[in-house]
Write a protein that binds this ligand. Structure first.
Ligand code: ADP
Length: 255
């Protein structure tokens, strides 16, 4: 650690020669610092849709052509939805962080829960003709907070649809051993660059900001997933290949 800079130093010995590999990992630290500035992030996230909304309303006020009016009404609606989504995600995070909101675990059927989530998200699959495949065995018992796990899985499945390709697939599976249940959400989408993988679970981090906003992302989804999984004393991680797809894992204890 030198001032605010951070370096990862590896020393290898190959055929008697010493190789020192120095990697600058400062951006991660810089990002961590930025994360602390939560209020500033939220303000920024709201500023863009509000300014677009403002000019859309001003245009509607002066416009006479009904086609143009409809166009600007749609622009306004999209931005209202974006803000609504952001506020909802912020409320979920705030509730998760408050002490009163404890995890209430019960046994229930995960297969059925996935079917319900697929039904809720079906409308998102139409444009790119994404196939949703539930490979969780019928009557697969899971021990979790049904509402919270539903939020986490919905976020993962929604991402798997949003960041997918034309005619892509989303496959959900679950396996159980004596101690843990592991649920996976796999997609055939755009994948995640290796250097972004350690950052995607952080609040407001996005691989591609404009793309994510355009498709309705808040940058909070995966931090909510992480929060919920850790509240279950579990772990979440991802394996991904750029251009080929991603596989998210949620592993939680059976008791
Ligand atoms: P967002 O609301 O932007 O989707 P998330 O916290 O859910 O925010 O995800 C953070 C970022 O991780 C996304 O902006 C996207 O770049 C990347 N990401 C998440 N899930 C996937 C996925 N299944 N495939 C490719 N990229 C993904």
């Amino acid at each position: 650690n030198i001032d605010n800079q951070k370096y990862l130093i590896n020393v290898y010995r190959i055929e008697g020669k010493k190789i020192i590999h120095i990697q600058d990992i400062t951006p991660f630290e810089v990002y961590k610092q930025a994360k602390k500035d939560f209020v500033s992030n939220v303000s920024h996230e709201l500023k863009t849709p509000i300014s677009v909304l403002k000019s859309a309303v001003e245009t509607i006020e002066e416009e006479k052509d009904p086609v143009m009016i409809k166009k600007f009404v749609n622009i306004a609606k999209k931005r209202i939805e974006q803000m609504d989504h952001l506020i909802n995600d912020l409320l979920i995070l705030a509730r998760l962080e408050s002490q009163e909101d404890q995890v209430k675990k019960e046994r229930y059927d995960l297969h059925k829960q996935i079917e319900e989530i697929f039904e809720d998200l079906k409308h998102l699959t139409e444009e790119k003709e994404i196939q949703l495949i539930n490979q969780v065995p019928n009557k697969f018992d899971v021990y979790a907070d049904e509402q919270k796990l539903s939020i986490a899985l919905k976020n993962l499945i929604e991402n798997a649809i949003k960041y997918n390709k034309q005619n892509g697939k989303v496959i959900v599976k679950a396996v159980k051993d004596s101690k843990y249940t592991t649920i996976t959400v796999e997609d055939t989408g755009i994948g995640i660059p290796e250097e972004s993988i350690p950052l995607i679970f952080e609040r407001f981090y996005r691989v591609d900001k404009s793309r994510s906003r355009n498709i309705g992302g808040t940058g909070l989804g995966l931090s909510i997933v992480k929060h919920i999984t850790e509240a279950h004393k579990g772990k979440v991680w991802v394996e991904s290949k750029l251009g080929e797809g991603s596989k998210f894992f949620i592993k939680i204890p059976n008791t």
